[in-house]
Design a protein around this ligand. Structure first.
Ligand SMILES: [Zn+2]
Length: 194
C-alpha cells in the first residue's frame, strides 16, 4: 500500500471517522484483534496495524473481531439495501421517540452524511421523510381503528403534546385529527388494508 494512502487511513483511525468503514479493516498485531477504522478504542500505533480489504481476510490471518466495534455485524459495510432495511426497522420500532439523523447514525455506527446519502439512494427519500410517512400511517390507523385518546396517539408517534401532533397532522393532511377520525367510516374487523 502507498504510504500516502496508509497515512490517510491512519488519520481516519486516529480521528475515529467512519470514512473507511467497510472498505478497510484494521488488524492490530499486538492484540490480534480486527476493528472498523472508526473503532472508539485506543488508537493503535501505525507500525502495529495491518490493513485488510475484507473482514474475512483478517479473520483468516488470525485476527478476532473487536467486541467494541463489532466489525462483523452489518453497519457501514453492509450492502446499501441491507442498511436501508435496518434503518426502516429502527424507524418503525422507535417512532415514539424523538429520532434525529445523528442518533440514527450513531445507533448504526455510521456517519450522518453516509446514512443520509445511502438511504436516499436506496429509498428515494430521506430517513426523516420516511419517518414522517410511517408516523402519519400509524396515526391514521390508530385514529380509525383504535379508541385511543389524542394524547395517546400523539405519544405513540413521538409527539410530546396533542396540540403539536394536531398542528402537524393538519399541515400534512389538511384536516384536524378529530375531523379525520369522525369523517371516515369505521372499519370492519379484519380489513387491514391501508
Ligand atoms: Zn474495535
Amino acid at each position: 500500500m502507498e504510504p500516502e494512502l496508509f497515512q490517510r487511513i491512519y488519520q481516519s483511525i486516529a480521528n475515529k471517522e467512519s470514512t473507511y468503514d467497510g472498505i478497510y479493516y484494521t488488524g492490530v498485531r499486538t492484540t490480534r484483534i480486527v476493528c472498523r477504522p472508526s473503532c472508539r478504542a485506543r488508537t493503535p500505533k501505525p507500525e502495529n496495524i495491518t490493513l485488510y480489504t475484507s473482514f474475512e481476510d483478517a479473520v483468516r490471518s488470525g485476527f478476532r473481531p473487536c467486541k467494541r466495534c463489532k466489525p462483523e455485524t452489518p453497519g457501514a459495510h453492509a450492502p446499501d439495501a441491507a442498511l436501508a432495511a435496518e434503518i426502516d426497522a429502527h424507524l418503525a420500532a422507535h417512532m415514539s421517540r424523538s429520532l434525529t439523523l445523528e442518533s440514527l447514525a450513531a445507533a448504526h455506527r455510521i456517519s450522518p452524511y453516509h446514512l443520509q446519502r445511502t438511504y436516499k439512494r436506496v429509498r428515494g427519500c430521506s430517513p426523516a421523510e420516511r419517518l414522517a410517512e410511517l408516523r402519519l400511517a400509524a396515526a391514521k390507523r390508530m385514529l380509525l381503528e383504535e379508541d385511543k385518546s389524542m394524547t395517546m396517539v400523539s405519544e405513540a408517534i413521538g409527539y410530546r403534546s396533542a396540540s403539536h401532533f394536531a398542528a402537524w397532522f393538519r399541515r400534512v393532511t389538511g384536516m384536524a385529527p378529530s375531523v379525520y377520525r369522525e369523517q371516515q367510516p369505521p372499519r370492519k374487523a379484519g380489513d387491514s388494508k391501508e
